[in-house]
Design a protein around this ligand. Structure first.
Ligand code: SF4
Ligand code: SF4
Length: 345
């Protein structure tokens, strides 16, 4: 079985283009008056170029309201902020909500890895969801697309912590200068400095913030356990999205290495591609990944290998990451299929 993935013929990406592609979807055609539609976006860090700018939301909202349905922008708290952030950093007239941990419930599941999922009941207040992602490489699981946005970023903070704990970072014995920077910056103060830094995992929320601050790269992202992290993401996604009608959009422009987490460099790895859309998140991410790999890459200090057409650009950035793992696990968990038909519109 294949799923349909729509792609724009142009690599130009504007709010109007997103509105146009969305207008062609069954999702929009089937909207009913008074339905409440949540648009998952980035409300807390709007200047961050790694996310979709909220400026795209006005046109999407316009489209939803033309069907007499109601649109609301939603976001969740970041894992590395100890306090919940309730201040929206984006202001316009569209209704907005930060889903915090105040209305959490434990959902018991009988899955391969997890026995429960922490979910906010607030997500059930919406009839349908639009998941909008700026598709890009991710330093831990390889791809940040529809699956990562839904399986990780749509979760409340305590859910995210449960996920990332599957692959908490570790400190290499070689390279640590005992400079104390990580201990000072750790939001839960769970790093102690003896001859080298040591993490007390009972207090670690796996925010990976220490990786960013270490000047010697002695703190490593745990890429050995990404199979567990990807499995947990798939199980969370399956539970959170159960019985929900969702449309997924990936924006493939300005695709850079994951500078936010790794500071390895900030060059575009391929030229702009366009907008992709599907109701199947696995097919959408597979198509996005394949298209990036088919393109000639831009050789740079971070992409020193695998820049030729057909080569795996993610493995070129981080040779120990298997980006396909996330997609295969999501497919095994029946979140969608890696088989797709690309339709140019
Ligand atoms: S040890 Fe690192 S990953 Fe764990 S809570 Fe502290 S900063 Fe976050
Ligand atoms: S920041 Fe890096 S070098 Fe400094 S104490 Fe922590 S692990 Fe060691």
């Amino acid at each position: 079985m294949t799923s349909k993935v729509y792609i724009t013929k142009t690599d130009k990406i504007t709010p109007v283009k997103i509105k146009e592609i969305l207008k062609k979807s069954q999702f929009i055609k089937q909207l009913k008056p008074d339905e409440k539609i949540a648009i998952k976006t980035n409300l807390l860090d709007v200047e961050n170029k790694g996310f979709v700018s909220p400026k795209y939301m006005d046109k999407i909202t316009e489209l939803i309201e033309s069907k007499n349905a109601k649109a609301e922008l939603i976001d969740t708290n970041h894992i590395y902020h100890v306090e919940n952030d309730t201040q929206y950093h984006y202001s316009n007239n569209i209704k907005q909500k930060i889903i915090d941990d105040s209305k959490n419930t434990d959902i018991k599941i009988d899955s391969k890895l997890l026995k429960k999922v922490i979910k906010s009941t607030e997500i059930d207040e919406y009839d349908k969801l639009i998941i909008l992602t700026k598709f890009k490489p991710h330093y831990l699981i390889g791809l940040e697309g529809a699956i990562k946005t839904t399986g990780v970023d749509l979760n409340v903070k305590s859910g995210k912590i449960e996920l990332y704990k599957q692959a908490a970072p570790f400190i290499s014995k070689i390279g640590c200068l005992a400079c104390k920077l990580c201990a000072q910056e750790c939001p839960t103060k769970t790093i102690t400095i003896n001859s080298i830094a040591e993490i007390d995992y009972s207090g670690c929320i796996a925010c990976n913030y220490c990786i960013r601050v270490c000047p010697t790269d002695a703190i490593k992202p745990n890429r050995i356990k990404t199979d567990l992290l990807n499995q947990a993401i798939a199980e969370y996604m399956k539970t959170i999205t159960q019985n929900k009608d969702i449309i997924y959009i990936n924006i493939l422009n300005d695709i850079r290495a994951d500078y936010e987490h790794t500071q390895i460099g900030d060059h575009k790895i391929v030229d702009d591609i366009g907008i992709l859309m599907s109701q199947d998140p696995v097919a959408l991410d597979q198509a996005s990944y394949d298209i990036i790999n088919q393109k000639p890459g831009n050789k740079s200090p971070e992409l020193k290998t695998n820049y030729l057409p057909g080569e795996d650009k993610i493995a070129g950035l981080w040779r120990t990451i298997d980006a396909q793992q996330q997609l295969n696990i999501a497919e095994e968990e029946k979140l969608g299929t890696t088989q797709y038909e690309l339709i140019h519109i």
